[in-house]
Design a protein around this ligand. Structure first.
Ligand code: UFG
Length: 345
């Protein structure tokens, strides 16, 4: 029998791609999502890709009774926890809502796991924990600096909660994955990123501009201390990122009877790309010029951050395989597919 894995936030961007990667690796993913920032149509895409329905529960992670019921009923043996609010700017406006939601969800999940006796957890963390790093690329031992936003702080506090629980000897085996910038979509174009409203992130903004939903991209600043003056990030294909969760879960399950474990890994490509490089690569991929202009800096942006992902390669046997070009081609295919789908009556 396959091992059942609860995927909280499994209808979201990274969650839905991880459902595919888990199923491909022989796990049985069970989606748990409140659909506050996801779309029912993603379930149709998952069904089409997998050729079968994915079990899905519409509920909130802070609803302990509902979570407990699903974990027991589905014989869950491991959890990948994505469910969280993730808009950096919004978290600055609504900090308490972010702390309440993101921390409550994690605490409730941990209580349920301990009560039912589920040990293995993969936690979504972020490279935002490194703030503005002194040295590049960042390794897992680079200092964790004071968070730049309440969102980032919920990731730091989440990591600390998990480390403390493991240090206290709670029967938990946990890996926190610090994601760099996830982009792209499944190569089938049947699932992808669905930002609600105006996208905050670069790649959905680019694809929406190219398809005519936005008049132009504003490049936030070209006076940074980088070769072309625009910010540098480590853009990772969402399927590579999804596969990192499977490698992490496999790693925990290989620990055998070892009762407690905590570790943290950078999940990036190890290669930085500037905003203008992303724009140029997108133009190549789509075969059309992108309308953009240089605007002022966006407050809170770090000039450059990219990963040293060698620890994940060494311990998890995971490495990013797809290129920036692949990721942008998949993102563009998905945008075109989604516009066709959403235009249907
Ligand atoms: N950018 C633009 N124009 C836009 C949008 C973005 O120029 O319209 C630039 C940004 O200034 C930045 C780069 O594109 O230089 C990437 O910006 P994103 O908003 O796509 O990504 P961030 O690196 O700001 O944020 C990501 C995640 C966050 C996470 C953060 C950690 O989206 O969840 O990394 O550093 F907190």
């Amino acid at each position: 029998m396959s091992v059942s894995v609860l995927v909280t936030g499994g209808a979201g961007f990274i969650g839905s791609h991880t459902v595919i990667a888990l199923a491909a690796a022989g796990y049985r993913p069970v989606v748990y999502d409140n659909f506050s920032n996801s779309h029912q149509s993603i379930l149709d895409g998952l069904r089409e890709i997998l050729g079968t329905d994915v079990p899905c529960y519409v509920a909130d992670c802070t609803d302990k009774a509902a979570l407990f019921d699903v974990v027991e009923r589905e014989h869950i043996q491991g959890v990948v926890h994505f469910a969280a609010f993730k808009a950096v700017g919004e978290s600055v406006q609504e900090p308490l809502r972010y702390y309440r939601n993101n921390l409550d969800a994690l605490l409730t999940l941990l209580e349920v796991m301990l009560e039912v006796g589920v040990h293995d957890l993969i936690f979504s963390s972020s490279c935002t924990v490194y703030g503005t790093p002194d040295h590049l690329p960042v390794t897992e031992s680079s200092p964790v600096l004071p968070a730049l936003s309440p969102y980032g702080n919920t990731k730091q506090i989440g990591e600390e909660m998990l480390r403390d629980a493991v240090t206290a000897g709670k029967p938990l085996r946990v890996i926190s994955l610090r994601y760099f910038n996830p982009i792209g979509a499944h190569s089938s174009a049947l699932i992808g990123e669905l930002p609600i409203g105006v996208p905050n992130n670069l790649v959905p903004y680019i694809t929406q501009t190219a398809i005519g939903l936005r008049p132009e991209l504003i490049v936030f600043g070209d006076d940074y201390p980088t070769p072309d003056g625009t910010c540098i990030r480590d853009y990772i294909h969402v399927m590579d990122l999804a596969e990192a969760h499977v490698s992490a879960l496999n790693n925990l399950r290989r620990l055998g009877a070892l009762a407690t474990h905590y570790d943290v890994f950078n999940i990036g490509t190890g290669r930085g790309a500037s905003v203008l490089e992303v724009v140029r690569t997108f133009e190549e991929v789509s075969g059309q010029p992108l309308r953009y202009r240089i605007g002022p800096r966006r407050s809170g942006d770090v000039p450059a951050v990219y990963a040293d992902a060698s620890k994940a390669q060494e311990h998890l046997g995971w490495t990013a395989r797809r290129t920036l070009h692949d990721a942008l081609a998949d993102a563009w295919r998905w945008e075109q597919h989604w516009q066709k789908l959403s235009a249907q009556p």
